[in-house]
Design a protein around this ligand. Structure first.
Ligand code: PSU
Ligand code: MN
Length: 303
């Protein structure tokens, strides 16, 4: 890879030896969770990957250097430094060139993971078409990246701050498979249900890995959304979620929040409105996604 990229020795070794690796994003650390739960969540996600036999590769841009696999110091800095940028795919070149520090979104993490040769990535939820996106054109770059970079994204669906129906339509148009892990319904992050169906239900990490291998072999472009519903014990009642989402959206409209600030603003509002509740659910679903991603990565490497 280019001289702008530094792959951690442990990750490099795993990739060279065909051992399972799971990519992790960093926007969730810097802009998705408050401190200190962001730090706890980032460290725990790495431990979960390891417990499942995969090497974690948390991705970020640190002082202009693209990093695949972070040291603890870096994770601490991403958790506490308010100046860390939110870096999506279009920002990578600028952040590197100007020597800045950026937490990578799902889109940017996929771009980097794909180039580094990491096939499986775990996060909380993907970005999507925002409510009202048909007029604002606020559509996350995550969806574009899913259409072009062959990295599987294990997530708990998309938050109901988004227009889930249009998000799924967009993914269909762009040729991105949406696979439900042991579910027929696309989950909505805090809730197991959204009222929308997945394209295909897949029962095991082995079958999911088989789908990835077939897509590799046929040389199909783009990645896959692997939707893993939140555990029933961690779920938040839909009515409670909807109330929090409505209030968060009202507040965003009132303050005229726009552009890349929208998603972090809504997440912070929801965390505030629901108290610790959404944070706890968010953390639980991330761990469940990392666990599943590690199992898929293991099955994918086993031939
Ligand atoms: N959804 C979540 N939590 C998050 C994000 C999305 O439930 O932290 C983050 C991810 O990094 C995602 C980004 O890639 O927000 C999407 O931002 P935007 O809508 O600006 O593309
Ligand atoms: Mn946007």
């Amino acid at each position: 890879m280019s001289s702008f990229v530094r792959i951690a020795p442990e990750v490099e070794e795993a990739l060279a030896g065909g051992a399972p690796v799971v990519a992790l994003e960093s926007t969730i650390i810097s802009h998705g969770f408050p401190y200190p739960s962001n730090l706890e969540c980032a460290l725990e996600a790495e431990s979960v990957a390891r417990e499942e036999g995969a090497v974690p590769a948390t991705i970020a841009i640190v002082d202009g250097e693209i990093r695949v696999g972070l040291a603890r110091d870096d994770i601490e800095r991403l958790s506490t430094d308010k100046a860390v940028l939110k870096a999506s795919t279009r920002d990578i070149g600028t952040v590197v060139a100007l020597g800045r520090t950026g937490a990578t979104t799902v889109a940017a993490t996929m771009t980097i993971a794909g180039r580094a040769g990491v096939r499986v990535f775990a996060t909380g939820g993907i970005g999507g078409v925002h409510r009202g996106g048909e007029t604002t054109l606020d559509v996350s770059a995550d969806l574009e990246e899913l259409a072009r970079t062959r990295v599987a994204v294990v997530c708990a669906g998309a938050k109901s701050v988004l227009d889930i129906g249009r998000t799924l339509e967009y993914l269909e148009t762009r040729g991105v498979p949406v696979l439900g892990y042991q579910t027929d319904e696309f989950p909505a992050f805090y809730t197991r249900t959204s009222g929308f169906r997945v394209d295909a239900r897949v029962e095991s990490p082995e079958d999911l890995a088989r789908v990835l291998r077939v897509r590799d072999e046929i040389d199909l472009p783009g990645g896959e959304v692997i939707a893993n519903p939140i555990d029933p014990h961690d779920e938040i009642p839909p009515a409670e979620v909807e109330a929090a989402v409505s209030r968060a959206l009202e507040e965003a409209a009132l303050r005229g929040v726009s552009g890349k600030a929208v998603t972090p603003f809504l997440l912070a509002q929801i965390h505030e409105i629901t108290g610790g509740r959404s944070e706890q659910a968010n953390k639980a679903l991330v761990m469940s996604n990392v666990q599943l991603a590690a199992r898929i990565a293991r099955a994918y490497q086993k031939r």
